[in-house]
Design a protein around this ligand. Sequence first.
Ligand SMILES: Cc1ncc(COP(=O)(O)O)c(C=O)c1O
Length: 382
Amino acid sequence: MQNTKSDKVSFNKLNLIGTELAYIEQAIDGGHLLGGGTFANACEEWLRSNLGAKHAFLTHSCTAALEISAILSSVGPGDEVIMPSYTFVSTANAFVLRGATPVFVDVGNGDLNIDADLIAAAITPRTKAIVPVHYAGVACEMNRILETAEGANLIVIEDAAQAIGTVLNDDHLGTIGHMGCFSFHQTKNVVCGEGGALILNDERLHARANIIREKGTDRQNFLSGTVNKYTWVDVGSSYMPSELIAAFLYGQLKNSKSTNRTRRNKVRVYEILMEPLFSRGLLRPPGVNLSKEGNGHMMYCFAESQAIRDRLIKHLETKNIQAAFHYVPLHSSPAGLRYGRVGSNMAVTDWAGACQFRLPLYANIEEAEQIRVVEAITSFFK
Ligand SMILES: Cc1ncc(COP(=O)(O)O)c(C=O)c1O
């Protein structure tokens, strides 16, 4: 049967909670749509009280949160920042914008998170920070990373873009390092189109973060009445989301536990459906149990080679199913070659960049759609 547009299985689909329009209407009725409004404050309060974060700053993206964290780290030309190459560009770009050099370290072949064993050897006298990325919402080895960082007096900034809601030893990811950055981009579990948050664990960074997020001005002091006019006091940029975005986000945050639970269940369905393909050795499963250890952000696995992976994604396209690879490793990208350097061998990163692919996943994906996806993958191997 010819597939029609309507039976397309998209890689990602917007998950509406049902509060969005009412809250946006409330925001409009409030008459103020700029940043720092009632809904923005409510979102920040939610992040503090539900994640156990000391300070939370809503931003217009995780990229913005990473950029603020880079400014707060006071890194500059000549400084080095250790991070995985197997990550999204913003992890590196935020520090390159300050003139610092990303030093790329390989990931482990179990969870595709930065390999804690390789970090110490990548540290030089110029190293200022480590940026672990919690890939697929699965925790990096934070205890070991913090220990290494403490020994070398380094700042730890968690790129928790994909990791809202994952808990490691009673602590939420994103609240464990000195700083943490979340994404609420449409492709994430909790969404508002484009949005993010910066979490601060260090009291001393709080005042400066307020200034950086407000275009380098002390406007927050002016609003709270501690100065009678505001002025340019530091570097900064426009990092606030509008109240419309915060209104959309608030209901999403309040419902996030349920969203994550639903998504983890969908991942579990894939794990069961894919088992015959894994046990026949046609595809390699993830090295971690994503439905248990992750937040339901992603379901991925590995083909035997890049050629097979790419042909499989094309095959799925012909069946109206969208699968996606992840990532073109940063160390071999044109900008990565120009602005960064490698700090270890990159065997796992190169392998994962070539062979990994992600299956369609969203909170409201139906089991019938998941069955169709796995049947289409199975038909590729026949
Ligand atoms: C690991 C990681 N870091 C940073 C980002 C950037 O997030 P945003 O799109 O909110 O700027 C993403 C987004 O995909 C990501 O996956």
